[in-house]
Design a protein. Structure first.
Length: 288
């Protein structure tokens, strides 16, 4: 596998990808951010620049660190260019198995033999993703949390094929990124998505039954259990469509009623009310 990881490729410049790329570049890694179009890449870079500027304005980031992070960050719409020299690939594409496996195929074609492939999936089987790789022992889950430059948790998910060497290398990367790490065996929903979704779906059922308003249900968890954000507001931040897809997957994999998506979630998704990204979900979100 060679020496210490220095070059990171992030595949996907969207909600999670741009934040992961920001963390990687700010942590000293030479980072390439890839997406399919100039518009997607430009949008991701603009969000990184805005985040870093806000960090400087708030005294969280020095001007020198901001400039250094941006100097270590490159963008491209060429998968080959992103992958050809990468020591670590982190994919942050939408939660669809065929997309994840297609990115593994790209890494099979263009990445060096010793490259580690990490998936940021929040629920899909890392073992199944690894089965598409030429070197499945070098595939692992690196589940970051939104936004990655604020939330320090990294859920490392070990596939059936993941080697001890790969796990050790990713732990080293996590330490250099300042992450707080948990290591979970590959299983549907891992630890965080499975627990968080169970709470979120129950909150939706309570709202559907008229037990309380979205605000009061959320405040119950924020004030009573010291959660930084209530489960319905968190769903708006994650995306109702994303949570629906995860719920359907976990319901199919695990059975039982706890992951059966409530009608209120299905109705809002059908109406295009997907949370913060569309301006309306369980809450109204004014445009930034």
């Amino acid at each position: 596998m060679g020496g210490r990881i220095q070059k990171v490729a992030v595949l996907g410049a969207g909600t999670m990808g741009h934040g992961i790329a920001q963390v990687a570049a700010a942590s000293g890694f030479d980072t390439t951010l890839f997406d399919l179009s100039d518009a997607f890449v430009r949008g991701g870079l603009e969000r990184i620049e805005r985040n870093l500027k806000q960090g400087v304005d708030r005294g969280k980031v020095t001007e020198e660190d901001r400039a250094a992070a941006l100097a270590r960050l490159a963008t491209t719409t060429s998968a080959e260019e992103a992958l050809v020299a990468a020591d670590l690939v982190i994919e942050a594409a939408p939660e669809r198995m065929e997309i994840k496996r297609s990115l593994v195929d790209q890494a099979n074609r263009f990445a060096p033999a010793g490259t580690i492939f990490a998936t940021n999936t929040s629920s899909l089987s890392v073992t199944e993703i690894a089965s598409a790789a030429k070197t499945p022992d070098r595939v692992i889950g690196m589940h970051f949390f939104n936004p990655p430059y604020v939330l320090k948790l990294l859920e490392i998910v070990r596939a059936e094929q993941t080697s001890n060497e790969t796990l050790a290398a990713v732990r080293d990367v996590a330490a250099r990124m300042g992450r707080e790490v948990i290591v979970i065996r590959d299983s549907p929903g891992f630890a965080t998505s499975r627990l968080g979704l169970a709470l979120g779906l129950e909150a939706m059922r309570m709202l559907q039954e008229g037990v309380g308003t979205a605000e009061d249900i959320d405040r119950a968890m924020e004030l009573g259990y010291r959660h930084p954000m209530g489960p319905l507001k968190l769903t708006d931040l994650v995306g109702l469509d994303v949570r629906l897809a995860i719920a359907e997957y976990l319901h199919a994999e695990l059975g039982g009623d706890q992951f059966q998506p409530p009608q209120i979630l299905r109705k809002l998704v059908r109406a295009g009310k997907l949370g913060k990204k569309t301006g309306q979900g369980f809450y109204a979100w004014p445009s930034e």
